[in-house]
Write a protein that binds this ligand. Structure first.
Ligand code: GDP
Length: 451
């Protein structure tokens, strides 16, 4: 396989840059361009050692660097690999890359190092996807989950499910020559039990993915409320800086403003909206329609009410449109005399705050987690690293469900076998053991160059 090279650190000015080269020729190419100060050239270095020296362009010194050698198979990719740590300038880093290319290496495609690691059996496809998750993690929970996955937790779980199905297929093959009516009921019950257990395991993984996704991707959040209840003020507090102009004139927040805020370990993708209410102002009406759309699409709705006045028509309209399943009711302005209480919001999670006095904000954060069902989520649960993995599991589940119905309806064992085989093929695609080249390419194309 050709020898590839790429810059593995972000291309911006910094203290150090790292250039990586992997393949059969990596060490020979390093010998051409690297002069060790200890006279020990790359080809004389053992794996996992580094040398101090310089990269030369002909007779000219380009930079003093630290060069590390990894020898196959004990490297990230499984191939001979050389890593060059140079000074973190954009020009010098690019220059060293150019020298490697002109000495025989080829530029790596996105994710090609990790793809080679996968092809050389260094990690499974699920582990490779977890590597990408570690890079993109925005919080501790997402990071620990990704690490859990990189250590192979999902792969092991899927393998266990797969093994039970494979052994079931073995039994089915043994019974398949029997006439259907001779098959003892106890065997049918056993088939159904094994398939149901496998289905249960997969469903649990899918559920933990759905729960975990909020830590990974953040939560679409709509802040709704009638004018002047304090939506913009709340949003500004959550964001920690002033983004929209807060005024006393009704209907000033005409556009939908989107920003991200961290609440505990979750990123809320917030949008503050023009309140939902009937209005004759066309511009504001546009805002109102947008607000409705956002309300429909949001995973979390924060509905703000002014506790210092009784509910008006606008408030009541909002109450009609929100759903306790995804809505946190916020009673703002408790620094003033309260005219409404939590009791008006039966079935909703309610929190009382004062943005003006910054009271109740910790409780607000806790309530957000409660509404999202995230207060009990454990990062130790294995959740899939990608929608791709989840889709594979869902397809496998669909076939397993069909297999169960087939058993119950007394269909032939051949039919049951075919469905279980289909489910298995999706599990093999999930772990990458039988993923098509197109699937593998798609996964790695989402990596950055140099990874
Ligand atoms: P929006 O129209 O819902 O976005 O409301 P704003 O955030 O623009 O706030 C409307 C008015 O209520 C402003 O004058 C704010 O200063 C005021 N306000 C916001 N929060 C509080 C609060 O907790 N207590 C009091 N007393 N006033 C508040």
């Amino acid at each position: 396989m050709k020898t590839i090279c790429a810059i593995s650190t972000p291309l911006s000015e910094g203290a150090i840059s790292l250039i990586r080269m992997s393949g059969d020729e990596a060490i020979r190419i390093a010998d051409k361009v690297f002069r060790s100060f200890s006279e020990k050239q790359a080809s004389h270095m053992t794996g996992h050692t580094c040398a101090y020296g310089k990269i030369c362009d002909g007779e000219k010194t380009v930079d003093d660097v630290l060069l590390t050698v990894f020898r196959s198979p004990k490297s990230y990719t499984g191939e001979d690999t050389v890593e060059i740590s140079c000074h973190g300038g954009i020009f010098v880093t690019k220059k060293i890359l150019e020298i490697l290319i002109s000495s025989g290496a080829e530029p790596a495609a996105p994710g090609e190092f990790t793809k080679r690691a996968f092809l050389n059996g260094k990690l499974s496809l699920t582990q490779a996807e977890a590597v990408m998750d570690i890079i993109s993690s925005e919080g501790e929970r997402a990071l620990y989950s990704a690490n859990n996955m990189r250590e192979g937790a999902v792969f092991k779980k899927i393998t266990k499910v797969r093994e039970s199905l494979v052994s079931l297929l073995g039994s089915l093959a043994a019974w398949v020559d029997y006439p259907e009516e001779d098959l003892p009921d106890v065997e049918l019950t056993a088939i159904e039990k094994t398939v149901s257990e496998a289905l249960g395991e997969l469903k649990a993984l899918i559920k933990s993915y759905d729960d975990g996704i909020i830590f990974k991707e953040g939560v679409e959040t709509a802040i709704v409320g009638s004018p002047n209840v304090g939506k913009s003020s709340l949003m500004n507090i959550l964001l920690g800086f002033d983004r929209s102009i807060v005024t006393d004139i009704e209907g000033t927040t005409r556009d939908v403003i989107e920003e991200s805020a961290r609440v505990g370990d979750i990123t809320l993708r917030l949008c503050d909206t023009a309140g939902i209410r009937e209005t004759s102002d066309t511009v504001e009406n546009l805002g109102v329609n947008l607000a409705r759309k956002k309300l429909e699409g949001a995973r979390l709705v924060i509905a703000v009410f002014d506790a210092s006045r009784v509910l008006n028509e606008d408030d009541k309209k909002i109450l009609d449109e929100i759903n306790p399943k995804n809505t946190l009711v916020v009673l703002n302005k408790i620094d003033l005399e309260s005219k409404i209480t939590k009791d008006s919001f039966d079935r909703f999670e309610v929190v009382e705050i004062s943005v003006a006095e910054q009271r109740g904000l910790d409780e607000l954060k806790e309530s957000v987690l409660k509404v999202l069902g995230a207060d009990s989520f454990s990062s130790q649960e294995n959740f899939f690293a990608s929608q791709r993995q989840k889709n594979c599991a869902e397809k496998a589940c669909a076939y397993l469900k069909n297999a169960i119905s087939a058993v119950r309806m007394g269909e032939t064992l051949d039919a049951v076998t075919v469905m279980i085989e289909e489910a298995l093929s999706y599990l093999l695609e999930l772990t990458g053991e039988k993923a098509s080249e197109a699937v593998v390419d798609e996964v790695f194309s989402r990596f950055c160059v140099g990874k």
